[in-house]
Design a protein around this ligand. Sequence first.
Ligand SMILES: Nc1ncnc2c1ncn2[C@@H]1O[C@H](COP(=O)(O)OP(=O)(O)OP(=O)(O)O)[C@@H](O)[C@H]1O
Length: 254
Amino acid sequence: MNKGINISNLSIGYQKKTLIEAINVDSNLCQFISIIGRNGEGKSTLIKTLTSLIEPIKGDISVAGKLLFKLSEAEKSKLISVVLTNKISIHNINVFDFVAYGRYPYTNWLGIKTNNDKTIISEAISLCNINHLTTKLYTELSDGERQKVNIARAIAQDTPIIVLDEPTAHLDLVNKIEVFKLLKLLVEKHQKTIIISTHQIELALQLSNTVWLINQQKVISATPNELIKNGEIDKLFANTDVIFNPATNSFTVK
Ligand SMILES: Nc1ncnc2c1ncn2[C@@H]1O[C@H](COP(=O)(O)OP(=O)(O)OP(=O)(O)O)[C@@H](O)[C@H]1O
């Protein structure tokens, strides 16, 4: 066992339906990790298990030597922050206050924020380039704006690991690339470990350090180059009208 993320003999799924059995993956921290796979393969289920939104059927995950499922909620909230895809219907709250929610693991029950909390909130806002949005209502944001605000809230939570379920869903190409570059910056300049699920395979191959590829109930962890060279990316779309071109790292239609 190293001191990164160690997933051992993990089975995930819902009640009586096991989706994937015996996942064994070891990855280092301070990496950009993308989970890829076709629709319904279990990417979101793995994300939800990693973030304790659902319980594992079997197995363990350890992070930096600590068994995740044994940690208290308070300990987990200082280790992993989560950005999900579903719209949060939270009314009458502006962007600054929404990002400030990220400080909840560190404030008392009155939610009183210190100057240090306020600095961290402002830094998260600047990092995500959303200073112009701070007084806007959260419910009045566009999808692209909201996603950056959600990421700022996770940054304000100040955890070494940030997990995001399809962070670029509903975004145009420019915003998709902006979000990927922001996540990459968090890894390279702020020593975060970023784990995302994504259908943006080309971007994931270009920008991730590690890919967890799910195909036919198996999870493989490798670098993008390894997955391209050993044909695993090709296999993902076997018997479909999609072809992967390893020379350009892009997909074309047959
Ligand atoms: N709450 C649930 N209860 C039972 N089954 C579920 C539940 N949520 C998802 N599933 C099923 O689990 C399987 C995997 O779903 P999941 O959302 O994890 O896949 P995914 O890879 O993220 O898919 P997509 O790319 O379409 O978002 C699907 O067959 C789905 O119908």
